[in-house]
Design a protein around this ligand. Structure first.
Ligand SMILES: Nc1nc2c(c(=O)[nH]1)N[C@H]1C(S)=C(S)[C@@H](COP(=O)(O)OP(=O)(O)OC[C@H]3O[C@@H](n4cnc5c(=O)[nH]c(N)nc54)[C@H](O)[C@@H]3O)O[C@H]1N2
Ligand SMILES: Nc1nc2c(c(=O)[nH]1)N[C@H]1C(S)=C(S)[C@@H](COP(=O)(O)OP(=O)(O)OC[C@H]3O[C@@H](n4cnc5c(=O)[nH]c(N)nc54)[C@H](O)[C@@H]3O)O[C@H]1N2
Ligand SMILES: [Mo]
Length: 758
């Protein structure tokens, strides 16, 4: 059972907010922090959050300002994440003796995590009804026994959630490869994979090309498919700084998200007083999945503007000197099907012309985007299409301009740099093999969706998860949950109880780990870890709180424990030595990961920026040695009559599958999550009214999927496009409904129909 419906009877709906943050945000975060952690711990944790000698916030991958930092360098949702980790409640052996796995499965995701921090290694043995405690030694031996017993290393899958540190991630991929597999799926597969694929193919590196200063200096910032007020609140400060210096903001989103409209900076007296800054100059309320069409139309209009006033809109010197494929792209978008664009975007031609004029008139443009772009069938082509526009205008590798994919998990980018990738390139594998004296496997491994298929088809048998909540985060919950229940062994390295501990393998292990906020005394000394943010800055992070329990171990320690029990001293790797001093891991990272030589020293000296050839020197490491224009057919998601496009998104009170509370303050929702935001036009056309309850039924080639009982909420969203929260809606996303090339589940475009609730 994915998630029991919440206390629906208490659900209340109010008009949505028109601005983000302000005094209310400070009140909410302080009250929650003190309530969950107590005054002393709350104060210490919040004051060291994102400070140079403190710890890195785990709520998102937004960078910290260089030099001066505000005393409160955090946001409401960062404070929530810290409080959630710092809770005083714990779940230990007594809790698990009292609650059977079957009874826990009846609880909501919110209830499960709310029980508190995991404190003991626990096992549920084959046929068992309850989790029971076991020692760390027994736990490691159990994992080692299973892994050594597999017929082939590819029967094991090593999943990573993007919160793992660089040190833990580096050792984890070393473990998988020394064991013999590239089965290293991660949350990126469900997140920014489309970005990595599109950028690698066009600019030669799958990462964003801007610094925080570039955002401050831009004169136009495009924010596509992103809700920063909730998911990256500190980005609003950067937008505010840019606005103060005269920048314009173009927001492209089906929903008028509060954080895109207006911002009361809670770090400033003015913000507290509530006057605030207007953010978006223009909001294009685009139809879901209309972005590819929009960017082709904008390309078309920019070409026309350049023809009308040559030398004023496009950057010919850059196009001729540094790119390839311009003519083919230009020929393609010159001949645009205007009707198809209007149908796909739901915008007027005038709106598109106005947006194009904003781009034509700007000198320094930053393109930002997140899940509203990456989780679509045509996500890779959509990103390539605005990269086309950025290249045509020369908006890369110069101050105030560039591409800014806004990452999710706080270290998801770092984990990739460290080799958490089922398709790691040969140069990485060569370097890893040379450093550790073995020949890593070369065949690509499973990504997230392929992993589910492998467990479903009984080709994979052991699942190890370095964090995360795979069962609830992945698409097609019923299929994923059944697949994971078919595993011989699942190992979850976790901080809190979640769905993945319940829909688990025949033997199921929970290994409790330290969080970012906690002091790590592995090997008897104070250890630090390192992370890389969304803008490729690498720096140290050190928690100071007392751990939630004396048995907790660091992720590094746990990975080394599993590795030693599985591999012994195979390839001569001394796993135990890594746990005495993490500098030993950092030294090896420096020898393997490009751009990381002298890693330990540079981290000691305050951190460094990972290399990015387009940003640093306008060089492009594509096979052509140039940035690549792409030609994509104008594919539009076809919606049968009476059906709607459902996007599945986050409320203001959750972190992915972690549900902090049942409110979504900015969208006016209180005490409930099973809501569907729908336009007045659709309500009228389908014969429903606000407040009706419906089942959501998704339609796919292999049949139907149903999520019961959602309350309809009349909302400002384009006709034909509805929105509801994830993970409750993940049962509706078919496993095989994936983005072309990147394989990302199409969480922002599920075709559904509404039926009166059963
Ligand atoms: N507090 C908090 N912070 C978080 C997270 C969290 O859950 N809570 N999650 C973290 C993670 S892992 C990630 S990846 C990020 C996610 O950050 P976001 O990408 O901001 O998260 P979503 O809630 O998925 O919001 C997607 C946005 O895209 C819009 N959208 C949907 N479909 C389309 C479309 O077709 N076109 C356009 N132009 N827009 C569209 C939606 O209306 C919504 O505003 O946040 C990170 N930070
Ligand atoms: N329908 C739909 N599905 C989606 C999305 C969507 O927009 N719509 N978004 C996708 C995206 S962008 C992402 S990134 C994925 C997220 O997928 P995941 O990263 O797998 O999921 P999380 O919810 O972030 O994981 C939460 C769990 O992580 C554990 N945890 C927390 N902190 C730590 C720590 O410090 N160490 C360890 N070891 N464990 C810890 C806790 O036990 C907690 O229960 O979901 C994806 N799924
Ligand atoms: Mo994400």
């Amino acid at each position: 059972m994915p998630s029991k419906p919440d206390e629906d009877a208490r659900l209340r709906v109010r008009p949505p907010a028109d601005h983000a943050a302000g005094l209310k945000a400070v009140q909410v975060s302080m009250a929650r922090a003190v309530g969950q952690m107590g005054v002393v711990k709350a104060t210490r944790n919040l004051l060291t959050l994102n400070q140079a000698d403190g710890f890195d916030c785990m709520s998102c991958a937004w960078p910290d300002p260089q030099g001066h930092r505000h005393t409160a360098e955090f946001c409401e949702n960062g404070a929530k994440a810290v409080s959630w980790e710092g809770v005083r409640d714990t779940v230990g052996p007594a809790f698990f003796a009292e609650h059977s796995v079957a009874s826990l499965s009846e609880q909501t995701d919110h209830w499960l995590e709310k029980q508190g921090r995991l404190t003991h290694p626990m096992v549920r043995r084959p046929g068992g009804t309850h989790y029971e405690p076991l020692s760390w030694g027994e736990a490691f031996a159990l994992v080692g026994e299973h892994l050594r017993g597999l017929a082939h290393p590819d029967e094991a899958v090593f999943y990573t959630s993007g919160r793992a540190s660089n040190e833990a991630a580096f050792l984890y991929q070393l473990l998988a490869r020394a064991y013999g597999t590239n089965n290293l799926p991660d949350c990126s597969n469900m997140c920014h994979e489309s970005t990595s694929v599109a950028l690698a193919g066009t600019i030669g590196i799958g990462k964003g090309s801007v610094t925080l200063e570039d955002l401050h200096e831009a004169d136009l910032i495009v924010v596509s498919g992103q809700n920063p007020g909730t998911n990256h609140p500190r980005m609003l400060t950067a937008l505010e700084i840019a606005k103060r210096d005269g920048a314009k903001i173009l927001a492209i989103n089906p929903l008028p998200e509060a954080g895109l409209l207006k911002f009361d900076n809670p770090q400033k007296a003015r913000g507290l007083a509530g006057r605030g800054t207007e953010l978006a100059d223009t909001l294009l309320q685009i139809r879901s999945n209309g972005d590819l069409a929009l960017w082709q139309a904008i390309g078309h209009l920019l070409l026309k503007a350049e023809e009308a006033a040559p030398g004023t809109v496009l950057d010919r010197a850059f196009i001729d000197g540094s790119t390839t494929g311009f003519e083919a792209w230009a020929a393609h978008v010159r001949d645009i099907d205007r009707e198809a664009v209007l149908a796909a975007t739901g915008l007027t031609w005038q709106q598109i012309e106005d947006a194009a004029a904003m781009l034509a008139g700007a000198k320094r443009i930053v393109h930002c985007w997140a899940m509203g772009i990456t989780q679509h069938h045509n996500a890779v082509n959509t990103i390539k299409e605005f990269v086309n526009v950025a290249l045509a205008q020369g908006m890369i590798g110069r101050p105030g301009a560039g591409l800014c994919p806004v990452r999710g998990h706080s270290n998801v980018q770092g984990d990739r740099s460290m080799g958490i990738w089922e398709k790691a390139p040969d140069f990485f594998l060569d370097a890893l093999g040379a450093e550790f004296g073995f020949d890593p496997p070369r065949e690509h491994g499973y990504d997230a969706a392929a992993s589910v298929r492998a467990f479903r088809d009984r080709k994979a048998k052991v699942f190890v998860a370095l964090g995360g909540n795979f069962v609830a985060a992945m698409s097609d919950t019923e299929v994923t949950a059944a697949a994971m229940r078919g595993a011989e062994l699942t190992v979850q390295i976790s901080t809190k109880l979640n769905r993945s501990h319940l829909d688990a393998g025949a033997t199921a292990l929970i290994l409790p780990t330290l969080g970012r906020t906690e002091q790590d005394l592995t090997g008897g000394t104070v250890q630090r870890i390192t992370v890389e943010d969304s803008m490729s800055e690498v720096h140290a992070s050190r928690g100071r709180s007392k751990p939630a329990g004396p048995l907790l171990r660091s992720e590094v320690d746990i990975v080394c424990g599993i590795a030693a029990a599985t591999l012994g001293d195979r390839h001569g790797i001394d796993w135990r030595a890594f746990t005495t001093d993490y500098d030993r891991i950092r030294d090896r990272i420096g020898n393997v990961v490009p751009g990381c030589s002298g890693y330990t020293e540079r981290v000691d000296n305050g951190g460094f920026t990972m290399p990015h050839p387009p940003r640093d020197t306008r060089t492009f490491t594509t096979p052509e040695g140039r940035a690549v224009f792409s030609v994509s057919p104008l594919e539009v998601l076809q919606v049968p009559p009476g059906r709607l496009i459902l996007q599945t998104l986050r409320s203001h009170d959750q972190f992915n599958t972690t549900i902090y509370g049942l409110d979504d303050r900015y969208r006016g929702i209180k005490a409930g999550r099973r809501v569907v935001f729908i336009s007045k036009a659709d309500l009228d056309e389908l014969g429903f009214v606000d407040g009706d309850h419906v089942d959501l039924v998704s339609e796919w080639v292999d049949g139907e999927r149903r999520a019961p009982r959602f309350r309809l909420v009349e909302y400002s969203t384009p006709k034909g496009c509805v929105a509801a929260y994830y993970p409750e809606t993940n049962p509706l996303v078919p496993l095989d409904s994936q983005a072309a090339e990147s394989g990302t589940p199409t969480s922002k475009a599920v075709i559904v129909r509404l039926e009166p609730a059963t």
